[in-house]
Design a protein around this ligand. Structure first.
Ligand code: CA2
Length: 147
């Protein structure tokens, strides 16, 4: 059984910690990566951590996670627009947790709908970088249950 979790980040998340701290906080994407690596290590898991601004590249990254223990996916704005990402998640057959830094349900109505939520294992939002740590912990627990 694979011991690797793929943590995949979509558009503009490379800007974390540089703008809009009121919504997204002060942590940078490098800080989020360090938190993910620490959390995964405590569960005996490795992390592949990636960010892209391009929808098709995100599809490629989801497909490249085939056989992994899980995917933690913050697809950013593509969450609310992308049938291609939904099809990639459904097709790859890897347990996936959709995560968001912000509580999307407390924001604009267009952020309340996700094309991805119906095909993922679960959704965690609103806890800042801890949303990622909670996603990794959930996948680690599910993996233990399968072992
Ligand atoms: O809350 C989240 O994690 C989101 O996935 C973030 C996306 C947004 O479109 C989703 O509705 C919710 C936006 C990511 C952009 O991140 C920035 C960070 C700093 C400065 C500007 C953008």
């Amino acid at each position: 059984m694979s011991d690797t979790i793929h943590v995949l980040n979509g558009p503009n998340l490379n800007l974390l910690g540089t703008r809009e701290p009121g919504i997204y906080g002060a942590a940078t994407l490098a800080d989020v990566e360090a938190l993910c690596r620490d959390t995964a290590a405590r569960h005996g898991l490795e992390v592949v951590f990636r960010q892209t601004n391009h929808e098709g590249a995100l599809v490629d990254l989801i497909q490249a996670a085939a056989g992994a223990a899980g995917i933690v996916l913050n697809a950013g704005a593509y969450t609310h627009t992308s049938v291609a990402l939904r099809d990639a998640i459904a097709g790859v057959g890897v347990p996936t947790v959709e995560v968001h830094l912000s509580n999307v349900f407390a924001r604009e109505p267009f952020r309340h709908h996700s094309y991805l939520s119906p095909v993922v294992r679960g959704v965690i939002c609103g806890f800042g970088p801890q949303s990622y740590a909670l996603g990794i912990a959930a996948l680690a627990t599910a993996r233990q249950a399968r072992a």
